[in-house]
Design a binder for this molecule. Structure first.
Ligand code: RP5
Length: 177
């Protein structure tokens, strides 16, 4: 990932002792996917935490995490899960902190099951749902950065630079014909 970011712009989001974004997942087997969210948050210098919180294997931990998210100052929770992916929805049921859901690709249904489980929340308890897999994990983190950047000019500048790099990279693309 590029390091061509403004380094002298102040950021309100960098205190590692006070995470602003929580990244949770149902299993350590989700890490291959969810590490892409963590990489983005690290790249932007956003204070975050990452941990396993399994909805069906650690339900009490899940409730405690959701209940403490607001009081602990989390601004968003990125939650990844596969299969019957109830982790994001159950988190959203227990907190009004925004929950960004990442469908992890499953072995048998390639994550379509995860996507449907996360995106089909009944009216009243939303989960913002992203693409299946690594693109979804990265985009959920970029979305979280965008939310924080609304109130953080330094972070907004980094986000603009990130977008500009992508534009330049696309303009530089060539084809083999
Ligand atoms: C879900 O079950 C996890 O989110 C994971 O995607 C899936 C499989 O978990 P493991 O059997 O690999 O622990 O809870």
């Amino acid at each position: 990932m590029s390091t061509l970011l403004p380094s002298d712009t102040p950021s309100l989001s960098t205190d590692p002792g006070k995470p602003l974004i929580g990244v949770v997942m149902g299993s350590s087997s989700d890490w291959d996917t969810m590490q892409h969210a963590v990489q983005i948050l690290t790249h932007f210098g956003v204070a975050h935490e990452a941990r396993v919180v399994s909805a069906h294997r650690m339900p009490d931990d899940l409730f405690a995490y959701a209940e403490q998210a607001g009081p602990r100052g989390l601004q968003a929770i990125i939650a990844g899960a596969g299969g019957a992916a109830h982790l994001p929805g159950m988190l959203a049921a227990k907190t009004t902190v925004p929950v960004l859901g990442v469908p992890v690709a499953s072995r048998h249904l390639q994550g379509v099951d995860s996507l449907h489980s996360i995106v089909q929340m009944p009216k009243g308890v939303p989960v913002a749902t992203f693409a299946i897999g690594t693109a979804g994990a990265a985009n959920a983190a970029l979305f979280a950065v965008s939310l924080l950047a609304l109130h953080d000019p330094g972070l907004a500048a980094k986000l603009q630079a990130f977008r500009a790099e992508q534009t330049e990279a696309a303009r530089a693309m060539t084809l083999p014909v």
